[in-house]
Structure formats: structure tokens, C-alpha cells
Design a protein around this ligand. Structure first.
Ligand code: HGY
Ligand code: MN
Ligand code: MN
Length: 414
């Protein structure tokens, strides 16, 4: 008698709780930054769970983690399902973890039912999706999709750590995982993720079928002035980069988003050197995250950031240098894979809508090498990258059920 694979909701919710304890913060979030001890702890736990089920465990040269369940025809390229385990410094317990653990739950459901799929299915935890400790983000999926990583090894993290060293230590922390070269042929990719925005909750929909992801760019603005004594330097003699930085941020915050509701402009990090209370800074560096669904608008917003920073630096007799650390063009997902997801949603008779993602995801890079699509579930108040991030247990389980149905369909095409 063939059993029908079913998501075990209690098991999934228990897993989410167990992983939320790794890097747990006092306010109920997680701090599991890429390649940290906490990230390694989560990877280790997932690898141990996989071994208990008899799944094969692999990792590649940038520490992407793969868990494989064979299909009837082992020669076929695997379907990948998954997300990421790394988090923001004050992240939520569902961003990334929901998609990774739901993918693992789908593999267990297939195993419990001894169900066969034509293709192998592999669960993947992509390395460094967040990019907050080591920019750029989506490093693991970018590398898997063909980006040359050689230059990354020397990147210094926000905490001064060396990326190459951290990657090696992370790989070494899972010696039992088989080592794989970067990249391989896959048949497709499906990722479950929280929306990280308010629309599904506002429309009381349990599922979003993601058709595309908007473009993202990360800039680093460095304004150089002249350090000086806070007490003795009169206004006329100051070349204060903080004054220039604040004026530039203020101008950009009063134009970019107020004049274009689809634009996103965020300054997430500001640092002054030497950072002394009684010294006019020598330099001020701040980060800029810009997003837009239209490529030409993204281009125009970056040009405006460059123009305004140069003008405000000049007004203070300072100089501005602007580097781009991340350029992630938006993309549409494969209509065939979106259709598979949509059919899975309909087979479960779930109300849903198509949606464009405001956040970037690993799926954006997988879409460059295989048919990819995403499934969203609502999160409370659309909150994410915040320790109060929350998903209704029922929505987490529904999302996993859609992922399982879509994976079964994608791994055993009729
Ligand atoms: O920043 C992003 O869009 C992703 O959530 N890391
Ligand atoms: Mn994420
Ligand atoms: Mn995130």
C-alpha cells in the first residue's frame, strides 16, 4: 500500500523551535550570522538530523550545505529545495530557517511514506544569504550559479574577521560532509520564505506565489574631511564629514521614497573615524541599500545618491568616494516552475495571489541556472530583519505542504 507523503506539522514546528535556540537573542530573535559559531551550530544540527534519516550530506567550497535523498533515476539532475540558515544580527527565527527546515521536513515526509520521486531531491542551506557580516549577500547561491569567488576570500567582515578563514573553519566544522566542487547541474529550485512584507497578511492570504524579485544595489559612501579638536575648531575652519553625510542622507530621504512609492532607500550602518567624542571625524562611512522593480529607476536612484553625496561633501570642503558592493538585477521566475507551484497551491485548495518579492533571495541566482520559483507565507505586520518576526504556526505548516506538493510534481514530471 503506497502511503501519501504528509508534512508532520508538529515535527516541523519543533524543528523551528530547536533551531531558534541556536543563536537565540534575549528579545526572542536570532543572531546566527554567516560562518559564525552559531551558523556552524545550526549546520551541524541539520547534518545530524540528515544522518539520522540516512540522507547523504555534502558541502561545497563556499560552505553551501546539501542533503540528498535519491530518486528512482540517480543519473537525473536533482531538484533543489531550501533556503538559508544564517541570519541578521538581530534577525527573526523564520527568515531562511522556515524554508530550509520545511524543505527538510518535505524530505522526511517522502521518506516516512517511502515515496519515490523520479529525480533525486536535495535540501540546500545556502551560505551567507544575508550579507550583513560579509557583503555581498547571497554569496553561496551566487557562487553556485557561477560567480567567481576568488576575490571574496580576502573580504573583511563587519567584525574584522577574514572571510576566507571563516569559510574554511565552517567547512572544517562538518568533516563528515562529502566535499563537492562549486556548482552542479540541477533540474530546478523551489524556495519557501516568509514574505517580509505586509500584503499577504493584509489580504488574509496564506500563500503568495512569487513571480519575480526586484533589483537591489548596495553602495558604500565614504566622505573624507579633516579631523580636528571639538573644542577649539570654529565653524569656518571645519571640514566635517559628519555634516556632509547627515545632509546627504537627509536630502535623499526626502526625495527617493516620498517621490516614488516603489523605491526603497535604506542607510543601515554609519561609522565615523576615529569615532572619538571630542574629535571632528576624519571620515564618515555609511551604507546604502536601494531597491526598485524597474532597472532604469534603480540606475537613476544610484545616480542621485552619487550626485547628492558629492554635492554635500563639496559643500563642506570634503571629498566623497562611493563604491558598489552589490548589484543584483531583478528577475522573473520560470513560468513553468511558477505553474508547478500554483498547481500545488490549487491542489490544496488554498487562496493565494501572485506577488513580486521586495527582498532578494537565493532563488534569484538559482533562476540563472535552472527553472526556479518561490512560495511566500505571511509574517505578522510584514515584520522581518527584526527579532519580533513571527509566523502563525498554521501558515508555516501550510507553506511546507505547498512546498512538498510542488517538489513532488517537479521531481516526478508527468
Ligand atoms: O536583504 C534582503 O533582501 C534579504 O532578506 N537578505
Ligand atoms: Mn531570507
Ligand atoms: Mn533576510
Amino acid at each position: 500500500m503506497t502511503l501519501v507523503p504528509e508534512i508532520d506539522g508538529e515535527r516541523l514546528l519543533g524543528r523551528l523551535d530547536a533551531f531558534a535556540r541556536i543563536g537565540a537573542t534575549p528579545a526572542g530573535g536570532v543572531n546566527r550570522q554567516a560562518f559564525s559559531a552559531e551558523d556552524r551550530g545550526a549546520r551541524r544540527l541539520l547534518a545530524e538530523l540528515a544522518k539520522e534519516r540516512g540522507f547523504a550530506v555534502f558541502q561545497d567550497g563556499i560552505a553551501n550545505l546539501f542533503i540528498r535523498r535519491d530518486g528512482v533515476d540517480a543519473r537525473l539532475p536533482p531538484l533543489l529545495i531550501g533556503s538559508h540558515l544564517d541570519s541578521q544580527p538581530t534577525g527573526g527565527r523564520f527568515d531562511g530557517a522556515l524554508g530550509t527546515l520545511s524543505a527538510f521536513e518535505a524530505l522526511e515526509a517522502l521518506e516516512d511514506a517511502q515515496a519515490e520521486t523520479r529525480m533525486p531531491i536535495e535540501v540546500v542551506a545556502w551560505a551567507n544569504e544575508e550579507g550583513s557580516r560579509f557583503a555581498p549577500g547571497a554569496m553561496g547561491s551566487m557562487a553556485f550559479a557561477g560567480t567567481d569567488v576568488a576575490a571574496w576570500k580576502s573580504i573583511v567582515g563587519s567584525d574584522g574577521a577574514c572571510l576566507g578563514t571563516e569559510i574554511e573553519a565552517t567547512i572544517a566544522a562538518l568533516p563528515e560532509a562529502g566535499l563537492r566542487p562549486l556548482g552542479m547541474s540541477i533540474s530546478g529550485y523551489i524556495e519557501l520564505h516568509i514574505e517580509q512584507g505586509p500584503s499577504l497578511e493584509q489580504e488574509r492570504l496564506p500563500i503568495g506565489v512569487v513571480t519575480a524579485v526586484q533589483g537591489t544595489r548596495w553602495l558604500e559612501v565614504s566622505i573624507e574631511g579633516a579631523a580636528g579638536h571639538a573644542g577649539t575648531t570654529a565653524l569656518a575652519y571645519r571640514r566635517d564629514p559628519m555634516v556632509a553625510a547627515v545632509a546627504a542622507m537627509r536630502r535623499l530621504q526626502t526625495t527617493i521614497m516620498p517621490l516614488d512609492s516603489r523605491a526603497r532607500f535604506t542607510v543601515g550602518r554609519v561609522a565615523a573615524q576615529p569615532g572619538s567624542i571630542n574629535a571632528i571625524p576624519q571620515s564618515v562611512i555609511f551604507t546604502v541599500d536601494i531597491r526598485h522593480p524597474q532597472p532604469e529607476r534603480l540606475e537613476a536612484i544610484e545616480a542621485e545618491v552619487r550626485q547628492v553625496c558629492a554635492a554635500e561633501a563639496g559643500a563642506q570642503h570634503c571629498s566623497a568616494v562611493i563604491g558598489r558592493s552589490f548589484d543584483m538585477p531583478g528577475a522573473a521566475f520560470s513560468p513553468d516552475m511558477v505553474k508547478i507551484v500554483e498547481e500545488a497551491v490549487r491542489s490544496l485548495r488554498l487562496p493565494h495571489k501572485q506577488i513580486i518579492s521586495g527582498a532578494f533571495h537565493d532563488a534569484l541566482f538559482l533562476a540563472r541556472v535552472a527553472p526556479a520559483a518561490m512560495i511566500f507565507v505571511p509574517c505578522r505586520d510584514g515584520l522581518s530583519h527584526n527579532e519580533a518576526e513571527y509566523v502563525e504556526p498554521a501558515h508555516a505548516v501550510i507553506g511546507a505542504r505547498v512546498l512538498l506538493q510542488a517538489a513532488i510534481a517537479a521531481a516526478s514530471p508527468r
